[in-house]
Ligand binder design. Structure first.
Ligand SMILES: [Ca+2]
Ligand SMILES: [Ca+2]
Ligand SMILES: [Ca+2]
Ligand SMILES: [Ca+2]
Ligand SMILES: [Zn+2]
Length: 473
């Protein structure tokens, strides 16, 4: 592990990772972590098949027997690449009818201490003590630990079409079967109680449309608050990945948040996780499928423009519109590039990570691009000159001052493709004609040429500087 030295000191060389597992058919997901050494036998975890889908996370030293037993209780299904299962179909602020690629608002709340949490992982039923517990781990109280949850959700929303809203109310309704309701409780409700103490289970999480989380408040794993509580953030961010419908991705290479072994080598969602959240919920600008809903990138300057956020075409019907303005005539070059690379990707089967097969995330969709006029429909320039994995470029579109639209869309393919785009500009120097001199001579406000408003003095200086061409009258 990259950060292994610090972790080994803290955990006496025991902890290197978390092992999580998925059980879709029984709606159980079990997560464990285990040490460098052979692990000891421990108690068996029995999935509760009468409850909505849940994910369990185990702590250091969890035995293979525990893991295998949990897997033996669970059937699996092939979820395809990025292991996206069922995403949210209904949330309290969106209502129902949500489907693949739809941007989604998820509210979250903290279950009040005292709310009964059943033993979904075989532990005794016990009331939530999340607030009292975290107030001991973080002496500053909620003002110290709430930002950790904020950071986890804000991070996910940076990468996909998710908006998180903290719901300050939670009425302590039956857990986890009470759907989110504005002003009453969140869609995602977060609780904690004794699960099994130090080691073994760390937390578990229900799949959508439940999404609720239970943390083992008796586990000293969470006492490690180093690196801005990286351990807690990566575990709970991973758990919420299950809460969005993502299952585990193999093999373990410490490159993906949803790997069975959660890593300290990174902070939050990684490339494969971005594919999952974009496929499931679209990119952060969705819906921008019409010019009326175009994402504004404002007035372009000579410096050009590089889009620095996460963008994707998330299926065959997605198209992304962007709006820009230029204040004078420019030659505008637009370049769009698919983002991805080849890596091993596969499911977790029967408690074991599969070696995976080579998967190229760069050629999922064949991109095409257009520049449209201010009406949003007249195509001024277009490019679809390459196939999957190829960049598309519109070179030096000659555009007068005005408002324009960019459309990025799939020429072929029905998957998710991350991409980026950039614009570069060259101002068009309009030659000063002979009659401009006369106009300028007679007009103290000057005339428009050379891409600017020039007075007679400016023009004379431009002639001296050799910047003026003189077309035949
Ligand atoms: Ca535990
Ligand atoms: Ca998109
Ligand atoms: Ca779109
Ligand atoms: Ca193309
Ligand atoms: Zn997991």
């Amino acid at each position: 592990m990259e950060k292994g030295d610090g972790m080994k000191r803290i955990f006496a060389g025991v902890i290197t990772a978390f092992l999580c597992m998925v059980a879709i058919a029984q709606d159980a997901d079990v997560s464990t972590r285990k040490g460098d050494q052979a692990v000891k036998a421990s108690e068996t975890v029995q999935a509760d098949t009468t409850k909505p889908g849940l994910a369990l996370c185990f702590a250091p030293g969890t035995s293979d027997e525990v893991v295998q037993q949990a897997y033996a209780n669970a059937a699996e299904e092939d979820l395809g690449f990025f292991r996206l299962g069922t995403r949210w179909s209904t949330t309290s602020l969106n209502g129902g009818g949500l489907g693949l690629g739809d941007p989604t608002i998820i509210t979250w709340s903290i279950v009040p201490d005292g709310t009964m949490i059943q033993g979904f992982a075989g532990e005794p039923a016990a009331p939530s003590n999340l607030t009292a517990w975290l107030n001991t781990v973080y002496p500053g109280g909620p003002s110290e630990w709430m930002p950790i949850f904020d950071a986890i959700f804000a991070n996910w929303s940076t990468f996909g079409g998710l908006t998180y809203v903290f719901e300050p109310s939670d009425d302590g309704a039956v857990f986890p079967d009470s759907p989110g309701q504005a002003g009453v409780r969140g869609d995602v409700r977060i609780s904690a109680h004794f699960i099994d103490g130090n080691s073994n289970i760390l937390a578990y999480n229900f799949f959508p449309d439940t999404g609720d989380m239970v943390i083992d408040s008796a586990d000293n794993f969470y006492n490690n608050t180093s690196q801005n509580s990286l351990g807690m953030r990566n575990v709970l961010s991973h758990e919420h990945g299950h809460g969005m419908g993502f299952s585990h991705v193999c093999p373990v290479q410490q490159t993906k948040l949803m790997e069975p072994f959660v890593s300290f080598a990174f902070d939050g969602p990684q490339h494969d996780d971005l594919l999952a959240v974009n496929r499931g919920y679209g990119d952060p600008n969705e819906h921008n499928d019409t010019f009326g809903d175009a994402t504004s990138i404002g007035e372009l300057t000579e410096a050009g423009f590089v889009y620095d956020g996460t963008l994707s075409i998330d299926d065959t019907s997605d198209q992304d519109f962007y709006e820009f303005t230029i204040s004078s005539q420019h030659l505008v070059t637009l370049n769009a590039t698919p983002i991805g690379f080849e890596y091993l990707e596969g499911p977790q089967v029967g408690g074991n990570c599969t070696p995976g097969t080579l998967f190229n995330s760069e050629d999922n969709i064949d991109l095409a691009i257009e520049i449209l006029d201010s009406d949003g429909t007249t195509v001024l320039e277009s490019a679809d000159n390459t196939g999957p994995a190829g960049s598309e470029t519109i070179t030096e579109a000659d555009l007068p001052a005005g408002t324009y639209f960019i459309r990025v869309f799939p020429a072929a393919g029905n998957e998710v493709q991350l991409y980026g785009f950039d614009l570069s500009l060259v101002e068009v120097a309009i030659p000063c004609l002979y009659f401009d001199l006369i106009t300028a001579w007679n007009n103290p406000n000057g005339v428009s040429c050379l891409g600017a408003n020039l007075t007679i003095q400016d023009i004379i200086q431009a002639v001296i500087d050799g910047q003026v061409s003189w077309p035949s009258p």
